[in-house]
Design a binder for this molecule. Structure first.
Ligand SMILES: Nc1nc2c(ncn2[C@@H]2O[C@H](COP(=O)(O)OP(=O)(O)OP(=O)(O)O)[C@@H](O)[C@H]2O)c(=O)[nH]1
Ligand SMILES: [Mg+2]
Length: 185
């Protein structure tokens, strides 16, 4: 029932600061990884940049609106509004930062409250930084199981699993849209 999908799938990324959300989007949308110049002010204000990109899943072509976000998990009211109409959310932590891993449950709760039908995927980012690892692959698997979502480790720097992560999330979002349509009909 894939034909029931909307014209534009809204995909968002969630996760604490500096886990690599923007870099995953940059790798996926332009296949680059450019380290930015140092920020002069040292502060980045609230922003929700978005990009539109096409992705092919076998014979199916999907148009994705990919939303970035630089808000911390404390802004739950604003975040709830932001996630309300998403079709899929990538929950991102960095394998080099245990505190980002510990906050995933809070991010998942925010998304589930705002968009109960959204598909979710857990991604452990920066997998290339092997000597800095603080969270094991097994811990990622266990968290994903407890959330009931699939899991991948990825690296925007080496491009490992980035396309696969977006493709998997898109497929889950398309499936979830079809299920919602059939539940509502
Ligand atoms: N080695 C390595 N560094 C990464 C990777 N992804 C991101 N980084 C670095 O991690 C830092 C943060 O990456 P961002 O993509 O800006 O993180 P973010 O989650 O968008 O951060 P906020 O927008 O502040 O929430 C940057 O210095 C990146 O260069 C990766 O896969 N490998
Ligand atoms: Mg960012």
């Amino acid at each position: 029932m894939i034909s029931e999908q909307p014209d534009l799938l809204k995909i968002a990324l969630a996760g604490t600061h500096k886990v690599g959300k923007s870099k995953l989007i940059e790798r996926f949308t332009s296949d680059t990884f450019v380290d930015p110049l140092p920020c002069v002010l040292g502060i980045e204000f609230v922003r929700f940049p978005q990009k539109i990109v096409k992705i092919r899943l076998g014979s199916l072509e999907c148009k994705l609106q990919v939303w970035d976000n630089a808000l911390a998990e404390g802004y739950s009211t604003v975040l709830a509004a932001y996630y309300r109409k998403v079709h899929g959310v990538m929950l991102v932590y960095s394998v080099t930062e245990r505190s980002s891993f510990s906050k995933i449950q809070t991010w998942a709760d925010t998304v589930m409250q705002a968009a109960p039908n959204a598909a979710m995927l857990l991604v452990g980012s920066k997998a290339d930084l092997r000597s800095d690892r603080e969270v094991s692959y097994c811990e990622g698997v266990q968290l994903a199981e407890s959330l009931g979502v699939p899991f991948l480790e990825a690296s925007a720097r080496t491009a490992t699993n980035v396309d696969s992560a977006f493709a998997l999330l898109t497929r889950l979002a398309v499936e979830e849209c079809s299920l919602s349509t059939s539940r509502n009909s």
